[in-house]
Write a protein that binds this ligand. Structure first.
Ligand code: UDX
Ligand code: ADP
Length: 454
């Protein structure tokens, strides 16, 4: 069997590496239009930072895993073709700001139709709006050959991709359950995962349930974060501590304790895009109340980011003009170099519009990426990029912690305190530092949803 995956991004790269690792008898080709991305996958400097991914790639690359720009040939030789390209929110025309832009998916479908001399199983791996499979099917049908379209959404989270792929809570495969060919295609794909995933974790559904389940899972996860973030605002007003509330609430086994960590807001390539997509679908199907319900989750996230940046300005005597702020972390979460939809982007833009000076430190995000995200030049006099958190904090009025990188918990804050301007503030946007200890060292500390701090 041969597999081809179109799209060598955060999803396609790690997922196919795991498939190749677990199925030594299957040749896996990962292809992409970006020659630079493919070259990076073939180098020692992978385009995606994920814990434990480097070693895994080294084990299988050149054996049964290949990265290539030879898109059409790899598609033609494959039995199963995964589509793992980006589906960003549309920025223009009909559905702008909420519908997903399917132009990359459409382009892939046309390429598959053109390149395939025989019929194949085509798998939607990227998150797609419900009924996208219809679009793919229609384009493929025009080739005159027989294709089966399956939906097999990826549930891995960045930063834990290798662990999630190795031991997924579930694998979801949606297909045409009503036809013999459809059922056979579902079983063929299931047999690939069955090499390492217990059978009871492989869920088989119809196409539309599978597509909608992915959107729903992300909507539920984002909703939990917005729920606890909403409560964090009330904690600050009442003197309650959001971490204590989350522990007490999450101890109820019906609620559960995961995804209740209050923060500056969720980021990442999925939550915002998928929620907007869900809202768009509800509106399209004339369900305005359902759309409004989910819109609340998006609005709460925007409110939380704004609330945090105004708390910083408020703390620094309502004036941050010309003040140096040390920005600890820019990635949307720890253990990734990804900044898509990172809350740091909006928050830092707020600071720049208040004329602050920003000194950045993130262990994995490049200067070029931060400047691109903020829409500024690399030599902008308002920003500085530091090699260590200590350098960023030197002379700063405040530390603003935006990403939960482990190294921020282990710093010598007594030393940092001495190098800062006084009064020295720490705004802990992830509630990951020891606030009592910091207050003891003379810092003024503000966390998220912490009513009783100094
Ligand atoms: C998410 C889903 O978890 C994954 O299943 C799906 O396939 C893709 O989208 P990802 O965006 O990579 O994964 O990371 P995730 O761990 O879900 O974090 C998303 C955002 O929520 C991050 O900004 C994170 O910091 C934030 N978050 C997460 C919180 O603020 N609080 C929490 O309790 C958990
Ligand atoms: P994700 O997080 O979903 O993996 P990324 O943006 O990281 O998204 O990766 C998507 C990849 O898909 C990019 O590397 C992009 O170059 C590639 N891509 C987009 N359209 C096509 C296409 N028509 N053919 C091949 N590759 C494509």
């Amino acid at each position: 069997m041969r597999i081809c995956c179109i799209g060598a991004g955060y999803v396609g790269g790690p997922t196919m590496t795991m498939v190749a690792r677990k199925c030594p008898d299957i040749r896996v080709d990962v292809v992409d239009v970006s020659a630079a991305r493919i070259a990076a996958w073939n180098s020692d400097n992978l385009p995606v930072f994920e814990p434990n991914l480097d070693g895994l790639v080294r084990e299988v690359r050149g054996k049964n895993l290949f990265f290539s720009t030879d898109i059409e040939e790899c598609i033609d030789k494959a039995d199963i073709v995964f589509i793992s390209v980006n589906t960003p929110t549309k920025t223009y025309g009909y559905g702008a700001g909420s519908a997903s832009d399917l132009s990359y998916v459409e382009a892939c479908s046309r390429t598959i139709a053109r390149a395939s001399k025989t019929g194949k199983i085509v798998v939607e791996k990227s998150t797609m709006p419900v009924r996208t499979a219809d679009v793919i099917k229609t384009i493929l049908a025009s080739s005159g050959r027989k294709f089966q379209v399956l939906s097999n959404p990826e549930f891995l989270a960045e930063g834990t991709a290798v662990r999630d792929l190795e031991s997924p809570d579930r694998v979801l495969i949606g297909g045409d359950e009503d036809s013999e060919e459809g059922r056979r295609a579902i079983e063929t794909l299931a047999s690939v995962y069955a090499r390492w995933v217990p059978e009871e974790r492989i869920i088989k559904t119809n196409l539309w349930s599978s597509e909608l389940s992915k959107l729903t899972a992300n909507a539920f996860l984002a909703q939990r974060i917005s729920s606890i973030n909403a409560i964090s605002a009330l904690c600050e007003a009442t003197g309650a501590d959001v971490d204590q509330v989350a522990k007490a609430v999450g101890s109820d086994s019906r609620i559960g304790s995961s995804f209740l960590k209050s923060s500056v807001g969720y980021g990442g390539s999925c939550f915002q895009k998928d929620l907007l997509n869900l809202i768009y679908l509800c509106e399209h199907f004339n369900l305005p109340q359902v759309a409004q319900y989910w819109r609340g989750v998006v609005e709460m996230n925007a409110f939380q980011k704004k609330r945090f940046s105004s708390n910083v300005v408020e703390g620094l005597f309502r004036n941050i003009s010309g003040k140096r702020l040390a920005i600890f972390g820019f990635a949307f979460k720890e253990n990734t170099n990804d900044t898509r939809e990172s809350p740091a982007i909006d928050i830092c833009k707020d600071f720049l519009s208040e004329h602050a000076k920003l000194a950045f430190y993130d262990p994995k995000v490049s200067k070029a990426q931060i400047c691109a995200d903020l829409g500024i030049e690399e030599n902008d006099p308002r920003v500085e990029f530091c090699d260590s958190p200590y350098a960023a904090a030197e002379g700063a009025h405040a530390i603003v912690l935006l990403t939960h990188w482990d190294e921020f918990k282990k710093l010598d804050y007594a030393k940092i305190r001495k190098s800062m301007t006084t009064p020295a503030w720490i705004f802990d946007g992830r509630n990951c530092l020891d606030h009592r200890l910091l207050i003891g060292l003379g810092f003024l500390v503000r966390g998220i949803g912490k009513g009783n701090l100094s």
